[in-house]
Design a protein around this ligand. Sequence first.
Ligand SMILES: Nc1ncnc2c1ncn2[C@@H]1O[C@H](COP(=O)(O)OP(=O)(O)O)[C@@H](O)[C@H]1O
Ligand SMILES: [Mg+2]
Length: 247
Amino acid sequence: MTRILVKKQYNRFPPHGFAVNQMASLIEMLAISKVYGQGNGVTKALDNLDLTVEEGGFIALMGPSGSGKTTLIHIMGFVLKPTSGKYLFKGKDYGEASEKTLLENRRRIGFIFQSFHLLPMLNVRKNVELTAMISGMRKPEREERVMRLIEQVGLREKADSKVYNLSRGQMQRVAIARALVNNPELILADEPTANLDSENRENIMSILERLNRETGVTIILATHDEHVANKCNRILYLENGRLIREA
Ligand SMILES: Nc1ncnc2c1ncn2[C@@H]1O[C@H](COP(=O)(O)OP(=O)(O)O)[C@@H](O)[C@H]1O
Ligand SMILES: [Mg+2]
C-alpha cells in the first residue's frame, strides 16, 4: 500500500503575512488511523494518514460523504483519540493522551458546526458568553470581549435577540463569535456553509478569511463546496480515509 506524504508546500498561495520558510507547524499527523467498532462491524475511517498543518494556514478538507473529514476534524480538535499514530499539536504528541487531557485541550480549539449548535432560547450575548463562563473568564473581561466579538461579526443590533429569531446566516455568525471567545489556537469548522444560501455563504467565508488574515489564527474547514474551498490556501482531498491529493 502506498502512502501519500503531504508536503508542506504551497501549490496555491502561502498564508497571509508569512514567508514560506518562516512557517512553524501547528499540527503534525503521522500514520494516523481511526477504526470505529469491533469484530465484524469495523469501519476504517482514517487510514494511515500523514499531514502537516502550518501555523496561520487556511485549509479546506474536501471529499465525498464518509471519506473521513469529520473524523479528522474530531482528532485535530481533541474530541476523538486516533486508534494509532502520532498527533502532534505544537510539537506535543496527543496520540495516546487520556480523556482528561483531551478534554482540557479542547478549550484551545474553536468549533463551528454545520447546524450551528446554539441554544435557541437564549439571546446572542448569552450564547457567546456561556463558553467564556465555562472556561472561567472573569465577568468584566468576558462582557467586554463578548460584545467586541458580536460587533466583529456584525450583530451588534441583535445582541439581545433570542437566537431562534435570527436568520441562519446570523446564527452561524453567533457561532463564529462563540468559537472565538476563548482566543483559540485553531478554528475547526465542519461544513460551516452547508446550511446557508449563497449570500450567507459569502458572508461567512469573508468573516473567516478576514479573521485568518488579520489575527493569523489557523482555520481548517470541511466542505463539499468548491467555491468555499477555493478561498483557502490549501485544499486537501480525502477518499476512503486517505489524503489522495492536494491543490
Ligand atoms: N461514531 C461512528 N461509529 C461508527 N462509524 C462511524 C462513526 N463516525 C463515522 N463513522 C464512519 O466512518 C467513516 C468516515 O466518516 P466521517 O468521518 O463522518 O466522514 P465525512 O465527514 O467525510 O462524511 C464513514 O464510513 C462513517 O460511516
Ligand atoms: Mg462529516
